[in-house]
Design a protein around this ligand. Structure first.
Ligand SMILES: [Zn+2]
Length: 217
Protein backbone atom coordinates (compact mmCIF):
# COMPACT_ATOMS: atom_id res chain seq x y z
CA UNK A 1 0.00 0.00 0.00
CA UNK A 2 1.40 3.32 -0.99
CA UNK A 3 0.79 6.16 1.46
CA UNK A 4 1.43 9.30 -0.46
CA UNK A 5 0.07 11.59 2.17
CA UNK A 6 1.52 14.72 0.67
CA UNK A 7 -0.09 14.22 -2.71
CA UNK A 8 -3.14 12.08 -2.18
CA UNK A 9 -4.42 13.18 1.23
CA UNK A 10 -3.91 16.88 1.61
CA UNK A 11 -6.42 16.99 4.45
CA UNK A 12 -4.37 14.48 6.52
CA UNK A 13 -1.27 16.54 5.79
CA UNK A 14 -3.04 19.65 7.04
CA UNK A 15 -4.07 17.94 10.28
CA UNK A 16 -0.48 16.75 10.89
CA UNK A 17 0.93 20.20 10.18
CA UNK A 18 -1.63 21.82 12.33
CA UNK A 19 -0.88 19.58 15.35
CA UNK A 20 2.80 20.43 15.01
CA UNK A 21 1.99 24.10 14.79
CA UNK A 22 -0.23 23.88 17.83
CA UNK A 23 2.51 22.15 19.81
CA UNK A 24 4.79 24.95 18.71
CA UNK A 25 2.36 27.56 20.04
CA UNK A 26 2.10 25.70 23.35
CA UNK A 27 5.88 25.53 23.79
CA UNK A 28 6.06 29.23 22.85
CA UNK A 29 3.71 29.97 25.76
CA UNK A 30 5.75 27.70 28.07
CA UNK A 31 8.91 29.58 27.05
CA UNK A 32 7.25 32.85 28.12
CA UNK A 33 6.24 31.37 31.49
CA UNK A 34 9.75 30.08 32.19
CA UNK A 35 11.03 33.66 31.93
CA UNK A 36 8.94 34.61 34.97
CA UNK A 37 10.68 34.67 38.37
CA UNK A 38 10.38 31.42 40.30
CA UNK A 39 9.00 29.40 37.37
CA UNK A 40 11.01 26.35 36.26
CA UNK A 41 10.66 24.19 33.14
CA UNK A 42 8.12 21.77 34.66
CA UNK A 43 5.90 24.48 36.11
CA UNK A 44 6.00 26.45 32.88
CA UNK A 45 4.77 23.40 30.94
CA UNK A 46 2.07 22.73 33.54
CA UNK A 47 0.92 26.36 33.28
CA UNK A 48 0.88 26.24 29.48
CA UNK A 49 -1.24 23.06 29.52
CA UNK A 50 -3.49 24.64 32.15
CA UNK A 51 -4.08 27.66 29.89
CA UNK A 52 -4.90 25.29 27.05
CA UNK A 53 -7.46 23.43 29.19
CA UNK A 54 -9.35 26.38 30.72
CA UNK A 55 -12.18 28.26 29.02
CA UNK A 56 -11.12 30.70 26.34
CA UNK A 57 -12.77 33.47 28.37
CA UNK A 58 -10.73 32.69 31.49
CA UNK A 59 -7.44 32.54 29.58
CA UNK A 60 -8.12 35.81 27.77
CA UNK A 61 -8.95 37.47 31.11
CA UNK A 62 -5.34 36.77 32.13
CA UNK A 63 -4.07 38.15 28.83
CA UNK A 64 -6.20 41.30 29.30
CA UNK A 65 -4.99 41.78 32.88
CA UNK A 66 -1.37 41.64 31.69
CA UNK A 67 -2.10 44.11 28.88
CA UNK A 68 -3.93 46.51 31.25
CA UNK A 69 -1.05 46.50 33.74
CA UNK A 70 1.43 47.34 31.00
CA UNK A 71 -0.79 50.06 29.54
CA UNK A 72 -2.18 51.74 32.64
CA UNK A 73 0.19 51.10 35.55
CA UNK A 74 3.45 53.03 35.68
CA UNK A 75 6.22 53.54 38.19
CA UNK A 76 6.04 56.57 40.49
CA UNK A 77 8.46 59.24 39.26
CA UNK A 78 9.69 59.94 42.78
CA UNK A 79 9.94 56.57 44.54
CA UNK A 80 9.34 53.97 41.78
CA UNK A 81 6.44 52.41 43.64
CA UNK A 82 3.73 51.28 41.24
CA UNK A 83 1.37 54.13 40.40
CA UNK A 84 -1.50 55.06 38.14
CA UNK A 85 -0.31 58.63 37.63
CA UNK A 86 2.95 60.59 37.91
CA UNK A 87 3.18 60.11 41.68
CA UNK A 88 2.02 57.07 43.67
CA UNK A 89 -0.62 57.18 46.42
CA UNK A 90 2.03 57.15 49.14
CA UNK A 91 4.03 60.08 47.71
CA UNK A 92 0.77 62.05 47.31
CA UNK A 93 -0.48 61.28 50.83
CA UNK A 94 -0.22 64.47 53.00
CA UNK A 95 -0.36 62.32 56.15
CA UNK A 96 3.00 60.69 55.43
CA UNK A 97 6.12 61.65 57.40
CA UNK A 98 8.32 63.29 54.75
CA UNK A 99 11.40 63.37 56.95
CA UNK A 100 11.90 59.62 56.53
CA UNK A 101 12.71 57.56 53.43
CA UNK A 102 12.77 53.77 53.65
CA UNK A 103 14.86 52.19 50.90
CA UNK A 104 13.98 48.79 49.39
CA UNK A 105 15.20 46.81 46.41
CA UNK A 106 11.83 46.02 44.76
CA UNK A 107 8.28 47.48 44.72
CA UNK A 108 6.98 44.14 46.11
CA UNK A 109 9.02 44.67 49.29
CA UNK A 110 7.59 48.18 49.63
CA UNK A 111 4.10 46.70 49.60
CA UNK A 112 4.95 44.01 52.14
CA UNK A 113 6.36 46.66 54.52
CA UNK A 114 3.54 49.12 53.93
CA UNK A 115 0.88 46.49 54.57
CA UNK A 116 2.39 45.86 57.99
CA UNK A 117 1.36 49.48 58.77
CA UNK A 118 4.29 49.98 61.15
CA UNK A 119 5.91 52.67 58.99
CA UNK A 120 4.39 56.00 57.97
CA UNK A 121 7.21 57.67 56.04
CA UNK A 122 8.08 57.73 52.34
CA UNK A 123 9.88 55.08 50.30
CA UNK A 124 12.52 54.73 47.63
CA UNK A 125 12.76 51.67 45.41
CA UNK A 126 16.24 50.97 44.03
CA UNK A 127 15.00 48.49 41.41
CA UNK A 128 17.84 46.12 42.28
CA UNK A 129 20.96 45.88 44.39
CA UNK A 130 24.69 46.26 43.79
CA UNK A 131 26.21 43.13 42.32
CA UNK A 132 29.67 43.77 40.80
CA UNK A 133 29.99 40.12 39.71
CA UNK A 134 26.85 40.50 37.58
CA UNK A 135 27.98 43.89 36.32
CA UNK A 136 25.41 45.82 38.39
CA UNK A 137 27.03 49.03 39.61
CA UNK A 138 25.79 52.19 41.38
CA UNK A 139 24.50 53.71 38.12
CA UNK A 140 22.30 50.64 37.51
CA UNK A 141 20.31 51.08 40.73
CA UNK A 142 18.43 54.25 41.60
CA UNK A 143 21.05 55.53 44.04
CA UNK A 144 21.58 58.90 42.34
CA UNK A 145 17.84 59.58 42.48
CA UNK A 146 17.90 58.83 46.22
CA UNK A 147 20.88 61.13 46.69
CA UNK A 148 18.98 63.88 44.83
CA UNK A 149 15.98 63.46 47.14
CA UNK A 150 18.22 63.80 50.19
CA UNK A 151 20.07 66.75 48.66
CA UNK A 152 16.75 68.53 48.06
CA UNK A 153 16.38 68.72 51.84
CA UNK A 154 13.72 67.89 54.40
CA UNK A 155 14.88 64.31 54.87
CA UNK A 156 16.23 63.50 58.32
CA UNK A 157 16.53 59.73 58.22
CA UNK A 158 17.11 57.13 55.50
CA UNK A 159 16.23 53.60 56.61
CA UNK A 160 17.97 51.00 54.46
CA UNK A 161 15.84 47.86 54.12
CA UNK A 162 17.78 46.05 51.40
CA UNK A 163 17.79 42.26 51.65
CA UNK A 164 20.14 40.48 54.09
CA UNK A 165 22.24 39.10 51.22
CA UNK A 166 25.80 39.93 50.14
CA UNK A 167 24.36 42.26 47.47
CA UNK A 168 21.92 43.87 49.92
CA UNK A 169 24.65 44.43 52.50
CA UNK A 170 27.02 45.91 49.87
CA UNK A 171 24.22 48.24 48.76
CA UNK A 172 23.57 49.33 52.36
CA UNK A 173 27.26 50.16 52.88
CA UNK A 174 27.39 52.06 49.58
CA UNK A 175 24.28 54.12 50.41
CA UNK A 176 25.59 54.93 53.87
CA UNK A 177 28.81 56.37 52.39
CA UNK A 178 26.81 58.20 49.72
CA UNK A 179 24.32 59.85 52.06
CA UNK A 180 26.22 60.50 55.30
CA UNK A 181 27.90 63.66 53.92
CA UNK A 182 24.43 65.26 53.73
CA UNK A 183 24.11 65.01 57.51
CA UNK A 184 21.16 62.60 57.46
CA UNK A 185 20.82 59.66 59.81
CA UNK A 186 21.26 56.42 57.84
CA UNK A 187 19.95 53.33 59.63
CA UNK A 188 19.63 49.68 58.71
CA UNK A 189 16.57 47.67 59.71
CA UNK A 190 17.25 44.84 62.12
CA UNK A 191 16.87 41.32 60.82
CA UNK A 192 15.98 38.99 63.60
CA UNK A 193 14.13 36.03 64.97
CA UNK A 194 10.51 35.91 63.72
CA UNK A 195 7.99 36.51 66.50
CA UNK A 196 6.76 33.19 67.86
CA UNK A 197 9.79 31.26 66.67
CA UNK A 198 12.14 29.36 69.00
CA UNK A 199 15.62 30.90 68.86
CA UNK A 200 17.22 27.46 68.50
CA UNK A 201 15.57 27.01 65.08
CA UNK A 202 16.95 30.23 63.62
CA UNK A 203 19.72 29.87 61.06
CA UNK A 204 23.20 31.31 61.64
CA UNK A 205 22.71 34.44 59.49
CA UNK A 206 19.43 35.28 61.22
CA UNK A 207 21.00 34.76 64.66
CA UNK A 208 24.04 36.89 63.81
CA UNK A 209 21.87 39.63 62.33
CA UNK A 210 19.49 39.62 65.30
CA UNK A 211 22.41 40.05 67.72
CA UNK A 212 23.98 42.78 65.55
CA UNK A 213 20.65 44.57 65.34
CA UNK A 214 20.11 44.55 69.11
CA UNK A 215 18.93 47.76 70.73
CA UNK A 216 19.12 49.06 74.24
CA UNK A 217 16.18 48.21 76.52
ZN1 LIG B 1 5.92 57.33 45.07
Amino acid sequence: MDFQIHNQHPTIKNVIMSVQQRQGLLSKLAKEFVRLPGIGQKTSQRLAFHIMKVDKEEALRLADAIRDVKEFVVFCEQCRNIAESELCDICQDPERDRTKILVVEEPSTLHAIDQSRGYKGLYHVLMGSLSPLDGVGPSDIRAQELEARVRDGGVQEVIVATNPTIEGEATAIYLTKLLKPYGVKVSRIAYGIPVGMDIEYADDVTLTKSIEGRREL
